[in-house]
Design a protein around this ligand. Structure first.
Ligand SMILES: N[C@@H](CCC(=O)N[C@@H](CS)C(=O)NCC(=O)O)C(=O)O
Length: 228
């Protein structure tokens, strides 16, 4: 189906929280029309939302162009969008082993960057007791993960995680690194990791990412409104 004739894909977000915005960057990159609905805290673990995502978290996605296909888990959703809509392979490799190496980075984002940085935020801002050992652990992990990316880029001498081509995996790292990192590690200076820093700057300069960062800012401001 031509992208120009697509109906908007529905994506469920939770204000500015990072995981859904990874998906939206991919939607923007591929030119797929989308609309979002922000699910409030009270609506996440109850019906009707848990019929969309039994895990009660965002994102969830409904694709009206494909019999209302309903998906959850941001990595699985991104895999779907790449399979179904990236027909020109703009954000993926079809060659071996690059296709599989891209998946390594995708899974590292899902299992490493997202959860560890999320825990840093939780122990810093939401856990009822101050637990310095937990804060220290996730702070160290956050820095280690930045170091993994920096050392890899340095060793490969490539601008992106897999060679010279930007892929969906690079883009998946943006919301946590660009927006969440300054909140959970306010004193961290990314210039300490020059390859990481240059990589991030290139990703952030993309128009899809600029569009999404502006929309996240709007969600952040909504959260600050009295009574919200
Ligand atoms: N592994 C899941 C994580 C989803 C997740 O943690 N979503 C957050 C927003 S970034 C959420 O819904 N938080 C609300 C909650 O945990 O109740 C994914 O990547 O989709």
């Amino acid at each position: 189906m031509a992208i120009s004739s697509l109906k908007p894909v529905k994506i469920y977000i939770h204000g500015p929280s990072p995981n859904p915005w990874k998906v939206i960057i991919i939607l923007e990159e591929l030119g797929i029309p989308w609309e979002s609905e922000s699910v409030p805290e009270t609506g996440l673990k109850t019906e009707p939302f848990i019929s969309l995502n039994p895990n009660g978290r965002t994102p969830a996605l409904i694709d009206p162009n494909n019999d209302g296909t309903t998906l959850w888990e941001s990595g699985a959703i991104i895999d779907y969008l790449i399979d179904v809509y990236d027909k020109d392979h703009t954000l993926q490799y079809t060659s071996f082993p690059e296709k599989h190496i891209t998946r390594c980075w995708e899974h590292f984002q899902m299992s490493g960057q997202g959860p560890y940085m999320g825990q840093k935020g939780f122990f810093m801002y939401f856990h009822p007791e101050k637990l310095p050992s937990a804060i220290e652990r996730y702070d160290k992990e956050t820095r280690r993960i930045i170091g993994v990316v920096d050392a890899h880029l340095s060793k490969q001498g490539t601008p992106y995680l897999v060679g010279d081509k930007v892929t969906y995996a690079d883009l998946m790292f943006v919301p946590y690194f660009k927006l969440f990192l300054p909140v959970i590690c306010p004193d961290l200076n990314t210039k300490e990791w020059p390859k990481f820093d240059a990589w991030q700057e290139k990703l952030v300069a993309r128009s899809s990412v600029q569009t999404v960062l502006a929309k996240i800012q709007v969600e952040k401001e909504k959260k600050k409104l009295p009574g919200k």
